[in-house]
Ligand binder design. Structure first.
Ligand code: SF4
Ligand code: SF4
Length: 105
C-alpha cells in the first residue's frame, strides 16, 4: 500500500519479487502491507474493504498494486509508507510485524 509500491505498480515493466533486501526502502513485490492489515474503505472488487490477513484483490501476481494512479485507490493505501520498524528486512518479517500491530489495534 505504500507510495513506493504504487510507483512500481505503475511501471510497464514486470518487476521480479524481491523479498530479501536490507532495510531502508520499500521492497518492490513485497506486498505485505496489502495483505496483513485490514482496510475499512471500499476497494474495487472488495466493496466492504478487506479483513486483516486477506490478500487485496488489486494486488497483482507480482505483488504490485493494480490501482496506481487510479482515484479509486483507497486513501489508506496512500498513507501507508515504508517504515523500517514495520517493514523489517524481509517480506515475512513485514507480514508478521504488521499482523502483530493489527492484533493490538
Ligand atoms: S488497493 Fe490493494 S493492492 Fe493497491 S495499495 Fe491498496 S491494498 Fe495494496
Ligand atoms: S510492507 Fe513495507 S516493504 Fe513491504 S510493500 Fe509494504 S511498504 Fe513496502
Amino acid at each position: 500500500m505504500s507510495r513506493l509500491i504504487a510507483r512500481q505498480a505503475g511501471s510497464a515493466e514486470p518487476i521480479a519479487i524481491n523479498d530479501d533486501v536490507s532495510a531502508g526502502e520499500c521492497r518492490p513485490g513485497c506486498g505485505a502491507c496489502c495483505i496483513a492489515p485490514s482496510i475499512s474503505s471500499a476497494i474495487p472488487g472488495m466493496p466492504d474493504g478487506k479483513p486483516a490477513g486477506v490478500r487485496c484483490i488489486q494486488l497483482d501476481e507480482n505483488n504490485l498494486c493494480r490501482l496506481f494512479g487510479d482515484p479509486r485507490r483507497p486513501a489508506a493505501c496512500h498513507r501507508f509508507v515504508f517504515d523500517a520498524d514495520l517493514c523489517g528486512t524481509h517480506r515475512d518479517d513485514a507480514l508478521a510485524r504488521i499482523t502483530r500491530l493489527e492484533s493490538l489495534t
